[in-house]
Design a protein around this ligand. Structure first.
Ligand code: F6P
Length: 326
């Protein structure tokens, strides 16, 4: 029986547990012995590699996070440790690996593959949705729903007090979470690195809206800009609105995986196992224009990501101060 392993690396996402369940069940269906690597690349280096069974994945489909834990491994950036990781896999007789991770994890895998020729398939998994070559990364839908619920609740209190609420979303250097959340929650302001805007440009426009009866504001800001404090002060000083800041932080990484993330987990894993059985050696399963397709790890890991231009155009139309409705 051929052996196949799976690991989770970098920031966890809701959808990893459903992926683990599908992995164990589909591996057995394909006559493969499934293995879990605990604690990401750290576990690969320290040989925390354990055979998995149905009982390991029973009941986990409803849970966020990852049962086999994740890690950010600085040791895996060193060639000597990557060598140990490869030896551990060889020692267990494991010839195929699935890696759920984000851009940093894929850059690590690109090096690992070049040095060791380990056969693997990557599954884009990060709430940041910032991996080149795929429109969708596992976990994004659950994170967006967490943000949506938080903003909906903040709206209740914001409207009761005549206040401005500044909501800071995660995303590292990418504004995707903030952009989509702002468009779908009826926010008045969206600040992301891909759409640089100066607050001064909004003063006149927002003053005019207040004069016409706007009672409260919701502003969504990407963590990349580090400007939540500044924005709250601007609301108070320039518009005379008491402001509060809500940093959603790691709540965005948790929660019951949505139906969409469970379905994506199922499909990503199915394609990844099929690819390894068909002899694909160093691919990432991407989801682009509503289709699954494989891209090579060097293309995915080494090309910078850009937010979809059509989405940015919508955001510019909605939030650019020049078009601000007075
Ligand atoms: O990459 C996912 C992410 O949640 C980013 O949005 C965020 O900047 C970062 O991870 C936080 O990392 P950590 O969990 O290590 O604090």
């Amino acid at each position: 029986m051929d052996k196949i392993a799976i690991l989770c690396s970098g920031g966890d996402v809701s959808g990893m547990n459903p992926a683990l369940k599908r992995f164990v069940e589909y591996a057995y269906a394909k006559n493969l012995q499934p293995y879990f690597v605990y604690d990401g690349f750290e576990g690969l280096i320290d040989d925390r590699i354990v055979a998995a069974s149905y009982s390991d994945v029973a009941g986990i489909i409803t849970r966020g996070g990852t049962k086999i834990r994740s890690a950010r491994s600085s040791r895996f950036q060193e060639e000597s440790y990557r060598k140990i990781a490869a030896q551990n896999l060889a020692h267990h007789g494991i010839s195929k690996l699935i890696v759920l991770g984000g851009d940093g994890s894929f850059r690590g895998m690109e090096k690992f593959y070049r040095e060791t020729n380990i056969t693997f398939c990557g599954i884009p998994s990060t709430i940041d949705n910032d991996i080149h070559g795929t429109d969708y990364c596992l976990g994004v839908d659950t994170a967006l729903n967490v943000i949506k619920n938080a903003i909906d609740q903040l709206r209740d209190t914001a409207s009761s007090f005549r206040r401005a609420f500044v909501v800071e979303t995660m995303g590292r250097n990418c504004g995707y979470l903030a952009l989509v959340s702002a468009l779908t929650s009826g926010s008045e302001l969206c600040l992301i690195p891909e759409m640089p805007m100066s607050l001064d440009n909004y003063t006149e426009c927002f003053q005019s809206q207040i004069a016409k009866g706007r009672d409260y504001f919701i502003a969504i800001i990407s963590e990349a800009l580090q400007s939540s404090e500044e924005t709250a002060k601007w609301f108070e000083k320039e518009l005379g609105f008491e402001a509060r800041i809500t940093i959603l932080g790691h709540t965005q990484r948790g929660g019951n995986p949505t139906v969409y993330d469970r379905l994506m987990a199922y499909q990503f894993v199915t394609h990844a196992i099929n690819a390894l059985l068909e002899g694909k050696t160093d691919s990432v399963i991407c989801y682009t224009k509503s289709h699954f397709e494989f891209k090579t790890i060097d293309e995915v890991a080494l090309t910078p990501h850009r937010i979809d231009e059509a989405l940015l155009t919508l955001a510019r139309e909605q939030f650019a101060p020049l078009r601000c409705q007075m």
